[in-house]
Design a protein around this ligand. Structure first.
Ligand SMILES: Cc1ncc(C[n+]2csc(CCOP(=O)(O)OP(=O)(O)O)c2C)c(N)n1
Length: 328
């Protein structure tokens, strides 16, 4: 297991800003979701913000990123425009996929987000593929792949890690171990709760972090990205965390008996955003938290309004997107 440099400086304000954006973006979705005009299913990320914020801050715009059905935070943290993302969820032509992808399939090729797979584990070989392309082209780009603990149970996880290790490809694997796959707890699925052990088995440089501690994630990602970017081969981060919302939609999954309410409340007391705000304030930093949230909200309210008022794609536009020109 790799150790991180505890004394390296950390951009506290930027990390907090990023986490507030990711949190408020999804809380805004919850506010409007009951109106029934945002038709896409939403898999919310609330509770896991420290991971997207702490990793993506190290990525360059040209680096590749692959994510899952729980994709909003990764896209935003990589620089996606909130209005374009929300327009996608509203099915509008101004969405990043002209409204055809919804919440589970956003793509921002200009940000290295070539497409999002909702097939569990599906993004992992994609990231290995772009890493192989980067190696062949010698273009200096790295690939970051985010996935859940459930994805580590797919065969493609093992094939991809094996190939990436064998070829020493520039890919960073980030397992967000939130303890559940849909409503199935990790303990019911795996004899070993540490997904990182499997990465170590392939000889991949591995970091294990508290996924609710943004500085721990930031430090691990700093070293992991440096390792990958400097030609050291793949790296793997396992960040243990918890999602506050149910598998899909704004509910919390305890209402259905799928998980224990007390367990959720315990994790809420370890809120990554609130605990980091407190830490920065204790260190004497002038965080200006209320203003940060108010400014973020004002920006997101305007984004929501613009997204909702954009036109739907026409039937001709939809037809035009069914076939690619040029053949193979
Ligand atoms: C190959 C495949 N099997 C099953 C599903 C149904 N499914 C969607 S999400 C999910 C659970 C994913 O869990 P995890 O990878 O831990 O991610 P999390 O939802 O916890 O973020 C499942 C089984 C799917 N989309 N693809």
């Amino acid at each position: 297991m790799s150790k991180t440099n505890e004394n390296a400086p950390v951009p506290g304000r930027s990390l907090l800003e990023s986490m507030v954006l990711l949190r408020r973006f999804e809380e805004k979705i919850i506010e409007v979701y009951g109106r029934q005009d945002m038709k896409t299913p939403v898999h919310l990320y609330i509770g896991q913000e420290a991971i997207a914020a702490g990793v993506c801050i190290h990525l360059r715009p040209e680096d590749y990123l692959f994510t899952t059905h729980r994709s909003h935070a990764h896209c935003l943290a990589k620089g996606a425009d909130p209005t374009t993302l929300l327009a996608e969820f509203y099915g509008r032509e101004t969405g990043c996929c002209k409204g055809m992808g919804g919440s589970m399939h956003p793509a921002f090729p200009e940000l290295g987000i070539l497409g999002t797979s909702a097939i569990v584990g599906g993004g992992i070989p994609h990231g290995v593929g772009t890493a192989l392309a980067s190696r062949l082209r010698r273009d200096g780009r790295i690939s970051a792949v985010f996935f859940g603990d459930g994805a580590s149970e797919e065969g493609t996880f093992h094939e991809s890690l094996n190939f990436a290790a064998l070829r020493q490809l520039p890919v960073l694997f980030v397992c967000e171990n939130n303890g559940y796959a849909t409503v199935s707890p990790l303990a019911a699925r795996q004899p070993n709760p540490d997904v990182a052990d499997r990465a170590e088995g392939y000889g991949i440089r591995t970091f294990r972090v508290d996924g609710n501690d943004v500085e721990a994630v930031y430090r691990a990602a700093a070293e992991a990205v440096e390792h990958v970017r400097s030609g050291g081969g793949p790296a793997f981060i396992e960040a243990k965390t918890y999602r506050w919302k149910g598998h899909v939609g704004p509910g919390e999954d305890w209402e259905t008996g799928a998980r224990d309410r007390e367990e959720l409340e315990r994790w809420k007391r370890r809120c990554p955003v609130e605990s980091y705000r407190r830490l920065l304030e204790e260190r004497g930093e002038n965080v200006g938290y209320e203003k940060l949230v108010a400014d973020t909200d004002a920006m997101l309210d305007a984004a929501m309004e613009a997204a909702r008022n954009a036109p739907f794609p026409s039937v001709e536009q939809m037809r035009g997107l069914l076939f690619a020109k040029g053949g193979c």
